[in-house]
Design a protein around this ligand. Structure first.
Ligand SMILES: O=P(O)(O)OC[C@H]1O[C@H](OP(=O)(O)O)[C@H](O)[C@@H]1O
Ligand SMILES: O=c1cc[nH]c(=O)[nH]1
Length: 503
């Protein structure tokens, strides 16, 4: 059917196409049908919504479509019903636990990027991966397909370093310190991050508090050639475009299937042209990888995948048994990260992890002799050189480098939990902390989250403050308080764990 474009002032998170009800009846189109909008060489796929918001002979398109496709108001297009894409057959193959061939994986990724596959089919694919997994051949094919369906960056400054955490641990603002430390040593590190997947704040969500994170690839090239680093959101770019789409499904289900995680991370590193990649695998109770054995196996997968992509990969297995630092949530984590960079001091877990990872990168990049990297990283941090570099990155990304961490706005609706008994903190439940911070509104509400006053092993007296929940809305605070009461995220035990009498 022929129709005139009407640009609708709406973002729906998917390619929505509004069809007038009468036209739909004639064209036998129903809600959520897939249609192809075509004008000459231009073609885009969208999901049908019926509405009389558009007149007969008009087709309404949401602004999501305009991000990557230039249709103009009043333009005449053809609206063609599109059948179920071929790739759905391959998704069902994976549901049955069968191995996918390279071309079948490429077909799925292509259809995800072309928006031929919609939320329902993408969630089914992610679920099938969660249940049946992928072998290394499939992961390599998925990684390269994800990278090659998007733009690739070609940065001149070599060697190009990169660091990426598999995530999962609350408060993991580590790489916001690692990147400026490594760049301050003269190495190039074009860091891309995703937004939160299972946590209450992804690194992109945190950095967005004090700088822009959405850039085109050309802008990133300019920033990195100028200051040697960046801290940007992978999802804004046409960089491995399937990644942010599948991450949306992962976030909805709060899962991160191993094979998809490997491909998601390494596709971004491959697209950035990174040559030396350090992967951080937080390991412990309540994170994605619970045992060192599992972490070592995943490490081998990352190293093997790197080999197939021509990238040198090292892996750091790090302590993930409790939150990193004292803050969880975008604005609270931004305060802590910037303060640590500015003063060179901060919570032990944050400083130790950041200088540990940065130290490895300094050795991988050849600027620190083996075994001296962590010491050099500490000097770069304590000397203020890392902060100088961070100010350059913030400026280059359109932020205000005169920022004062304590002036970063945080949620002013607060509630503080105190210790019910004296004793020692024996555990902090990562999943509960993340759930409470998300109930309080993080990461969408930047100021929402949790401020921790204690960590595992510390002694507390009855009545001591344990943590404060921050929210931007009373209703969210109330929800978070209820959840905190139910889950009791911080366990305190006297040293007498049990008394066994003459029973
Ligand atoms: O913790 P969850 O939300 O599951 O994983 C997502 C987080 O892990 C990675 O961290 P980094 O960018 O390497 O610092 C991603 O980029 C993202 O920030
Ligand atoms: O970027 C990331 C980080 C963790 N898991 C993913 O799938 N992607």
């Amino acid at each position: 059917m022929k129709a005139k474009i009407r640009i609708l002032d709406m973002f729906s998170g998917r390619y929505t196409v509004l069809i007038n009800e009468e036209d739909a009846k004639e064209a036998k189109l129903h809600p959520d049908d897939l249609v192809k909008i075509e004008a000459g060489k231009k073609a885009v796929y969208g999901s049908v919504a019926l509405s009389n918001l558009v007149e007969k002979g008009e087709v309404g398109i949401s602004r999501d479509i305009l991000d990557l496709h230039n249709f103009s108001e009043g333009e005449t297009v053809s609206v063609i019903p599109a059948g179920t894409p071929e790739s759905v057959r391959y998704i069902k193959k994976k549901m049955r636990g069968e191995k996918l061939r390279k071309v079948e994986i490429e077909s799925i990724v292509r259809d995800i990027v072309d928006r031929k596959l919609r939320d329902i089919e993408i969630s089914s694919f992610v679920t099938a991966l969660e249940i049946n997994g992928l072998d290394m051949d499939e992961i390599a094919a998925l990684t390269i397909a994800m990278a090659e369906t998007g733009d690739m960056l070609d940065i001149d400054r070599k060697p190009i370093m990169d660091v990426h955490s598999i995530g999962g641990v609350p408060g993991n603002k580590t790489n916001i310190l690692v990147v400026p430390i490594v760049a301050a040593a003269g190495l190039t590190i074009p860091k891309t991050s995703s937004r939160a997947i299972t946590s209450a704040a992804g690194t992109a969500d945190v950095v967005e508090v004090f700088a822009n994170v959405s850039f085109s690839l050309d802008e990133i090239k300019r920033i990195v050639e100028k200051v040697g680093a960046c801290l940007v959101w992978g999802g804004a770019l046409n960089l491995a475009p399937a990644d942010d789409i599948t991450i949306k499904a992962e976030r909805a289900l709060s899962i991160d299937p191993t094979g998809l995680m490997l491909a998601s991370i390494m596709s971004k590193k491959y697209a950035m042209g990174s040559q030396y990649v350090l992967i951080d695998i937080p390991t412990g109770k309540g994170v994605k990888v619970e045992t060192v054995e599992e972490a070592r196996s995943l490490a081998r997968d990352f190293i093997e995948l790197g080999k197939r992509l021509g990238q040198y990969v090292e892996v750091a297995i790090t302590y993930g048994g409790q939150p990193i630092g004292h803050t969880v949530g975008p604005a609270l984590e931004a305060r802590e990260a910037l303060s640590a960079l500015m003063t060179g001091r901060g919570p032990g877990s944050l400083i130790e992890k950041a200088t540990g990872l940065a130290g490895i990168l300094l050795e991988m990049g050849g600027v620190a002799p083996a075994g001296t990297g962590k010491k050099m990283a500490k000097e770069i941090l304590e000397s203020g050189k890392a902060w100088e570099k961070m100010k350059e990155i913030i400026e280059a990304q359109g932020g205000d480098s005169n920022i004062k961490p304590e002036e970063i706005p945080i949620g002013d609706k607060t509630y503080t939990f105190t210790a019910a008994t004296s004793g020692y903190v024996t555990a902090i439940d990562n999943r509960a902390i993340t759930a409470i911070a998300r109930a309080a509104g993080a990461p969408e509400d930047k100021g929402a989250g949790i401020e921790l006053y204690v960590k595992v092993g510390e002694k507390v007296k009855e009545g001591d403050p344990l943590f404060t929940i921050h929210a931007e809305h009373e209703a969210r605070l109330d929800q978070a308080i209820v959840l905190a009461r139910r889950t009791e995220p911080i366990r305190i035990e006297g040293m007498v764990l049990q008394r066994i009498g003459n029973i």
